[in-house]
Design a protein around this ligand. Sequence first.
Ligand code: NI
Length: 162
Amino acid sequence: MDSEWNLREAFDFWKGVQGSFFKILSYLNNEELGFEYDREMRNLGEQFNHVANAYHWWLEYIIHDGQGIKPDLDVANSVEEIQSRLRRAHQRIWDLIENSTWDDLRKEYEVEENGTRKTVSLMWILWHLVEHDIHHRAQIGLYLKKKGKRIPPEDFWNQPVL
Ligand code: NI
């Protein structure tokens, strides 16, 4: 594709979405990570863990980026450790983006969903992860609202910290 932008610039907005998880965490203590919305949903700490694990799942098992990091099966229960897990997951996706070209976005990967195999492009996977981040960030917002925990809006939305 003929463009003066590189992929990192094109996905730059994502840095803000990722950064907002760090900002939100900076207002939380370890005890608050146990907040629940209801019994059927992950608690607040598990939400953050799940967000980081999604990156590793796609990069390790589908894209095979060669970094050899599996999703963390144990749940980190401290703000600091969750931030460190998120930082590692984010770095991994930016490593991939930095090393990819526009043409690489068309690369195809096989995934299995409910017993059905389907093919998705790298572009699809990247957008899916962006969508996944935003979906869970919104859920996190609901937990915080339910618990009366206030985070300034400017620190909830799209603050790059990396
Ligand atoms: Ni999810």
